[in-house]
Design a protein around this ligand. Structure first.
Ligand SMILES: [Ca+2]
Ligand SMILES: [Ca+2]
Length: 176
């Protein structure tokens, strides 16, 4: 008896046979669509480090604009540039007498800029390589930031140093 059942099962196909084409067009379209979807997801996530660098660079450009605007507004009000003349300030170095790098009242630029900015921006990394610079003389000033990947912005800023993003009304004050 069990042998008879076995032989009946043996005669029955376990699954339906493949179509003559192997895959239908719809199956091919679905698989191709999935491959394209996975590939595009991979491309989006393939370079998270690069996207972090870019976002830091965008923050730097925005920070430098904030500093530039604060300086311009200060000059318009006080008829002089903030801080002492001909001293190169860096966002990593707290001048003697200042309280905190990011204080707009008494920060890495030693001047009360609190009427023009709530905080004094510092570089997102603010280390030996990546930090901001500011200097002025009697009638001109320059602010610099080093960018990580937005090299075109550093080259096309009209300044004299392709490895820095330069802003101000005299981009020769800070030289390579
Ligand atoms: Ca430059
Ligand atoms: Ca320069």
């Amino acid at each position: 008896m069990p042998l008879k059942i076995h032989s009946k099962l043996a005669n029955k196909p376990l699954c339906s046979p493949p179509t003559s084409a192997g895959f239908t067009i719809i199956e091919v379209v679905i698989v191709t669509g999935l491959i394209i979807l996975l590939a595009s997801l991979l491309i989006i996530n393939v370079d998270p480090v690069g996207s972090k660098k870019k976002s830091r660079d965008e923050k730097r450009m925005s920070d430098v604009s904030t500093i530039d605007r604060a300086i311009s507004e200060f000059v318009a009000d006080k008829k002089r540039y903030p801080d002492q003349s001909n001293i190169l300030r860096q966002s990593t170095i707290l001048p003697a007498g200042s309280s905190q790098l990011t204080s707009s009242k008494s920060g890495w630029i030693q001047e009360d800029l609190s009427s023009y900015s709530s905080l004094l921006p510092i570089d997102p990394l603010n280390d030996d390589l990546y930090h901001y610079y500011y200097i002025h003389n009697l009638n001109s000033y320059e602010v610099n930031a080093k960018l990580e990947i937005l090299t075109t912005e550093m080259i096309n800023d009209g300044g004299n140093d392709d490895s820095f993003y330069e802003i101000g009304n005299n981009l020769n004050l800070i030289s390579p």
